[in-house]
Ligand binder design. Structure first.
Ligand code: ACM
Length: 628
């Protein structure tokens, strides 16, 4: 009896302790030791910095915490702060360039690192250790308590990126900065800025003014991308925008302050309709009626990866003037971005117009090239020479392997991980961003609820991503990124919705040790971060609360199975045209649906409260789903 009582007490006390100290850090640090006690931030706290080069980080923290606390905490030089930022005199090899240690006790918080980047990340962890109200824009009266911990943290990969497409939708400089700031909180360090495409050229090139005078603007259209009407002759192009070189410098500086390197992308030779609208002479047909695409159907896809462009959108590789043009573009781009990489695209280049062009045929003959596809290799090698002249390294989508590319080129694997595996085996550096795990434009929940796009990608799938494929030498995998294409993303709020929580999963995939991966633990932290994001007014998708509805057809019988990503959900459903609630049928196991024109309605509950969207699927929808 005594033993039982003791055990019971022990269970209660450990569960209380676990509740009190549950940490909700994303990405999960490499090593955490939780200690007894707490630190309380008060108005008498001071934030110290031991070297002038980290003053900006100390001030960033002070500015952040003074808003919701209402305190007037100051950053002071030296090592006397209650919160101390300490740049190591002697480098700690374990921490590398971006790692840090954070030790909180009842008396102080000390963050140490070899480089400012590590201190910046230690600061992000500290902010996540504070109550969620630290994200409030108004003063909140409360105890600002931090659990006592010892954290030693460093990233698994050196390249942890997100890509934002600003061509399909133009995001203002302020929007871009906000997106970068949100990335930095998650310890991403690379912002891949997709600056040009068929739907708009977004970067000012002083020596080629028409790129933005003409190429940054398209006619106003509404509706689903790809189904919109073509521009009419003489119709005004009023939608769009671009970044001046001054804007770019501001964004580069803002990013650098947050340990983020920007990789600008100029997508060539395909995806160049906006450039061709400005300078039609750069294409094969030189059609002066070419306009920036407002998202109309200019290509036909044949389902097996092959396609035809009904409007020419590729630069002409046989024209020397194209290389003069590219030399001007990349010389200006190289001068604006201090990072070592420039992304040159290379994806989905349709070569049909090259094949019909006499000059391209003559070039192929001269070079001894039999397949028009291989002209891209010639083109990319010319581009690489331009980048090299400007002191930059080439990175491109995995198609750059197709026609041959120098071993120094870095490959971004997007058509699955296949291109990345092939590239790594050839000795190229690789960044993994496969559609299958990392495409943030894909639908993340129920396809009849979220606005439709090409394919689906759930949070759990993102989280399951392993960037180093079996049989590949890990030294070639620089890391990975998530890509947000914006064909169907018209606002920053919606960009956030598409990005989070999936980028939380990817931040962990690219930062945290592989061994610490634990879905149950992660999803608990995701739910806690929903509340933190609400406080920060950052949008996110709650698709994890929606039932995942699957059907199968066996011998004419329709079988329904349902599950969910979030834990502890009850799924209630009806098939009798009543609205479901916590008193209708509760799903427990696979259900054979009766014959007839039934409609399934499902909604998730937790603790008696509705959580997810109401999902409504008619019999024909359910049957269609079974066929997939
Ligand atoms: C791509 O998604 N076309 C790289």
């Amino acid at each position: 009896m005594k033993h039982v009582l003791y055990l019971l007490l022990l269970m209660i006390s450990t569960s209380i302790q676990a509740q009190e100290t549950a940490l909700n850090l994303i990405p999960q640090p490499a090593e955490i030791q939780q200690n007894n006690g707490t630190f309380t931030l008060t108005k008498s706290a001071k934030v110290s910095f031991n070297k002038p080069e980290i003053q900006a980080i100390a001030e960033m923290l002070v500015n952040k915490i003074n808003i919701p606390t209402g305190f007037k905490i100051k950053a002071i030089a030296g090592n006397k702060g209650t919160i101390q930022f300490v740049l190591n005199q002697n480098s700690d090899a374990k921490l590398g360039k971006e790692g840090y240690t954070l030790v909180s006790t009842s008396k102080s918080i000390v963050i140490t690192a070899n480089q400012p980047a590590g201190l910046f990340y230690g600061m992000q962890t500290l902010i996540q250790l504070l109550p969620k109200e630290i994200e409030s824009k108004e003063v909140v009266k409360m105890n600002w308590v931090i659990p006592a911990v010892k954290i030693t943290d460093f990233p698994r990969f050196a390249w942890r990126g997100l890509m934002l497409d600003v061509s399909r939708h133009f995001f203002t400089k302020e929007d871009v900065m906000k997106y970068i700031d949100e990335m930095a909180r998650l310890k991403f360090n690379t912002f891949h800025w997709h600056l040009t495409d068929d739907e708009g050229w977004r970067i000012q090139i002083r020596s080629l003014p028409k790129l933005t005078e003409t190429g940054a603007w398209r006619v106003q259209r509404y509706g689903h991308f790809g189904d919109r009407d073509f521009p009419k002759p003489g119709e005004d192009a009023t939608e769009g925008g671009f970044y001046t070189q001054e804007d770019i410098r501001d964004v580069v500086k803002f990013a650098a302050e947050r340990n983020i390197t920007i990789v600008p992308e100029i997508d060539i030779p395909g995806h160049s309709m906006a450039a061709i609208a400005a300078y039609p002479e750069l294409s094969c047909k030189k059609d002066t009626s070419t306009r920036v695409s407002p998202g109309c159907k200019f290509s036909e896809w044949y389902g097996n990866g092959t396609y035809k462009m009904n409007v020419e959108n590729a630069l002409n590789p046989s024209d020397e003037n194209v290389y003069v043009f590219l030399d001007k573009v990349f010389t200006e781009v190289a001068a604006l971005f201090p990072g070592q990489y420039i992304h040159v695209g290379g994806d989905e280049c349709y070569k049909g117009y090259w094949a019909e062009n006499e000059d391209c045929q003559a070039l192929m003959k001269k070079l001894g090239i039999r397949h028009v596809e291989d002209l891209q290799g010639y083109f990319m090698n010319r581009v690489e020479a331009i980048l090299k002249k400007n002191g930059k390294k080439l990175i491109g989508w995995d198609e750059i392997l197709d026609g041959g590319i120098s071993p120094e080129a870095t490959v971004m694997s997007w058509r699955g991980v296949k291109g990345g595996i092939e590239a790594a085996k050839m000795g190229h550096d690789v960044v993994m961003s496969p559609t299958t795990f990392a495409y943030l434009d894909y639908v993340q929940g129920e396809r009849t609820v979220d606005p439709p796009i090409y394919a689906s990608l759930r949070l759990s799938k993102c989280y399951s991503f392993e960037p180093v494929p079996e049989g590949v030498d890990a030294k070639y995998i620089l890391g990975g990124q998530g890509n947000l294409w914006t064909e169907q993303v018209p606002t920053l709020r919606y960009a956030q919705y598409m990005t989070f929580p999936r980028a939380w999963a990817l931040s962990e995939v690219y930062w945290s040790p592989k061994e610490s991966k634990n879905w149950d633990n992660f999803i608990r932290r995701v739910e806690s971060n929903f509340e933190r994001s609400d406080m920060a007014e950052i949008n996110y998708s709650k698709a994890i609360y929606d039932p995942i509805i699957k059907t199968s057809l066996k011998e004419g019988k329709l079988l329904l199975t349902m599950e969910s990503e979030a834990p502890d959900l009850d799924l209630y459903y009806t098939i009798d045209d009543a609205m479901p609630d916590a008193f209708t049928s509760k799903y427990t196991h696979a259900v054979q649906l009766p014959a007839g024109p039934i409609t399934l309605r499902v909604i998730s509950y937790r603790n008696g409260k509705p959580l997810g969207h109401l999902i409504t699927l008619r019999r024909e929808d359910l049957e269609k789903r079974a066929a997939k």
